[in-house]
Design a protein around this ligand. Structure first.
Ligand SMILES: C[S@@+](CC[C@H](N)C(=O)[O-])C[C@H]1O[C@@H](n2cnc3c(N)ncnc32)[C@H](O)[C@@H]1O
Length: 383
């Protein structure tokens, strides 16, 4: 780890062990043990690899930065610190924090407050929150210097229609094939929208989960095993099984090439993207331990926390047959099913088959630069 990154870690407010704020749905909701805010250290470990993508901001007196899909955790502070480490000491910046209407905005405000309290030096920040979907234009034309999308642009605009996936199929692969055309369209749309907001010469940093052919998908394998067992013993119905639809498109490198070709008049890549396959930090802790029962329990806590925080609301929606509002408030019977899925997920992670497999995820990091010369009407026509 570089000295810059360890310095950045020092000035990021510490992740809270417990939460006092509780509102807001979706994966970002503060859902007790599976709150995103307390289960997102894995994502941050990826962002630590993004240092080479951060542009040089020296000489700029003011900048406007937008974090698209900031989430309720503190990960955005890491991204912001990375940017500021490349700027002059007296820069003034405006940071606009965007996420869906239903995210835990109280939590976001608390992190802003903690961040400001911990800030020292001459860099002056102005913060704004902007609830709303990033599938709309959310900033005026050509007003943004830097956009950041940390693990957020893989979210589809709409939950895709159901697909008949048999319990013996590889859900993950079948599902990604099913949603591919929607995924390509949505990600293209996001890049066109951002091309309107970001100034010519401005930057868009994107970190997006991808689909590596070789990576071991421990989380999905464990989850599918757990969900299948729930189907087998009648905990969930076949309708609920079919209604499980994860609204995440994890593009391959080929998919990205195709998308970037479509938007080539708007964006260019100054340096090639990087492709990082990382294991959840709990895996390293386990490898460094004596591997006692307690060590395995702590390991599976980390894995279950990470994965269930991501899919909890997708699961609640499935339990409701694919529909649903107030996903953050499961009824007592839904909570009991969530509990059973979680217990079985834990058992699957600790099974002979999976307990010694590295739980990997793969992320692609890139910086896009907004080209000069293409007018906004053309960007709009692309939508
Ligand atoms: C995996 S979280 C990442 C959060 C944060 N960027 C981080 O790195 O920890 C994805 C975030 O994207 C947000 N998101 C998903 N779809 C969105 C949309 N259409 N508009 C705005 N935010 C969205 C989710 O609410 C969630 O907070």
């Amino acid at each position: 780890m570089s000295s810059l990154v360890s310095h950045l870690d020092l000035i990021v407010p510490p992740e809270k062990a417990t939460h006092t704020h509780s509102t807001g749905p979706d994966t970002t909701s503060n859902a007790g043990t599976f709150a995103y805010a307390t289960n997102s250290a894995f994502q941050r470990s990826i962002y630590q690899k993004c240092e080479p993508y951060v542009p040089d901001l020296k000489g700029l007196k003011t900048i406007t930065v937008v974090d698209y899909g900031c989430g309720p955790g503190r990960n955005w502070t890491y991204g912001l610190n990375l940017l500021l480490s490349r700027a002059d000491e007296d820069i003034q910046y405006q940071l606009v924090l965007n996420d869906g209407m239903k995210t835990d905005w109280k939590e976001v405000a608390q992190v802003v407050q903690d961040y400001r309290a911990g800030q020292c030096g001459r860099q002056i920040g102005h913060f704004a929150v902007l609830p709303g979907t990033f599938y709309d234009q959310i900033m005026p034309d050509r007003t943004v210097d830097i956009g950041m999308a940390w693990s957020s642009f893989h979210w589809l605009e709409r939950t895709p229609p159901p697909m008949d996936i048999q319990p013996n199929e590889d859900y993950y692969t079948a599902w990604q094939a099913n949603i591919r055309s929607q995924g390509l369209e949505d990600l293209t749309k996001l890049l066109c929208l951002r091309a309107r907001e970001i100034k010519p010469g401005g930057h868009l940093l994107v970190v997006i989960p991808t689909t590596p052919a070789s990576s071991v998908k421990v989380y999905w394998e464990a989850f599918l095993e757990a969900f299948k067992r729930c189907l087998k013993d009648g905990t969930i119905t076949p309708e609920q099984w079919r209604a499980f639809r994860a609204p995440f498109f994890q593009p391959t490198e080929d998919d990205l090439r195709q998308i970037l070709t479509t938007v080539r008049d708007l964006w260019h890549l100054p340096i090639p993207w990087a492709y990082h396959t990382l294991a959840h930090p709990a895996w390293k802790t386990l490898q460094d331990s004596e591997k006692t029962q307690q060590d395995y329990e702590e390991y599976v806590d980390g894995i279950a926390g990470f994965f269930m925080a991501l899919i909890r609301d997708v699961l609640v929606r499935a339990l409701r047959g694919g529909e649903g509002i107030n996903l953050e408030c499961p009824a007592a019977n839904e909570q009991s099913i969530l509990q059973q899925v979680t217990t079985r997920f834990r058992e699957a992670v600790l099974s002979e088959e999976l307990r010694n497999k590295r739980p990997e995820s793969c992320w692609l990091a890139m910086r896009l630069v907004r080209k000069h010369g293409v007018n906004i009407l053309e960007a709009k026509a692309n939508l």
